[in-house]
Design a binder for this molecule. Sequence first.
Ligand code: ARG
Length: 432
Amino acid sequence: MNSFNDAIAQAVAATGAFELEQAKKLITVPTDTEHGNFTLPCFVLARSLHKAPKVIAEELAPKIELPNGICKVEAVAGYLNFFIDRKFLAKSILEAVFSQGLEYGHAESNGKVVCMDYSSPNIGKELAFHHLRSTMIGNSLSRIYKAAGYKVVRINHLGDWGTAFGKLIVMYLREKRPTDQATLDSLTVKELNILYASFSKAAEAEPGLEDEARATFSKLEKGDDFYHQLWLAFRAATLKELMRIYKMMGVDFDYYTGESFYEDKMPAVIQDLEAKGLLERSEERDVVKLDEYKLNPCLIRKSDGSTLYATRDLAAAIYRKKEYNFDKSLYVVDLGQALHFKQVKLVLKKMGYNWHDTLVHIPFGVILNLIDGKWEKGKTRTGKAKLLRDVIEAAQQKILDFINQKNPELENKELIAQQIGISALTFNDLKN
Ligand code: ARG
């Protein structure tokens, strides 16, 4: 559009009535296309020419040699209205689309970096339907930022660390599952999902089990080799299935640096908090108080020394700033975690990081599942959450049924149903 603006300014300046730079500045885009695609007011010339703007515009219009792509100029009430030749425009846009392909419409690099943390599911479980939102919003935002000229660092902050792994290990061993490498290598996320659900069930009857899981995670965190081997196998099994689904959805990441990645980066953060006098003891835990913001304290370390979700997000934010020097760091996570991100930002602020405000939580509503007649937040651990792969398959089946009804002779109909099913789901969300 800038090139049109310049070309019109040049044509007008060639009549001698306007200075080139003056014309460039005066040309605007009218809100109503009835008044053309560009308009130039002639009011500024009224005083020097001793004429009414209406007359000036009318006298000027026939003198203007229309530039390429402009098909008409009209003088209306002191304005010169220019109209774009639509055929010319369509042709030039199509030519640009053909030559630039997917890059068409992308801005040039603005030198800015944005970190995008999205999807980030918890490992050891299958992707549930409620993971769709973060995954697709994050993926779309990544593409939009890239098109707008940013360098985008796409991060999957996998929940691959924490007590959940204590639970899986406890249950795996309790069920006396084989721990030879071949069995571990062939584990599937489906089995892990069942294991997780059986832990929750068993823990209801045996409350001591939760403590055992915590102690087991604490041991894993302290570097137990055997537990580490199990953990690696759980992680690999989940990642395999995740990749399959992401591929199907056309979703991509630059890094799969999950929570475990920050394990060796947390001690420095805790030390720094201590050195800055921010760490306090409260109810057996180390916390950073946020009373001045009327918020609950941010939990940093439990009594057994194990770290928490927030500790890992602090380490991650600091690492990302150092590694990618981001201008913005976005977290596409459901509204339920708003407090968590507020706390993390404020702790960074108290630590003296003036970039704390460039962290932005992009919240979205939590997806509820209809479970036994009640709307509930999908909990994979109860085994009742709707699995994303089931929903995708259901959408694809629905499309195939439709094709079979309307156009049963269609070639490649299975493939087409798969493609339409996945795009219907990922672009429009699922209404029912
Ligand atoms: N794993 C978390 C969950 O499923 C989401 C992580 C979001 N990202 C982050 N940096 N905290 O609830």
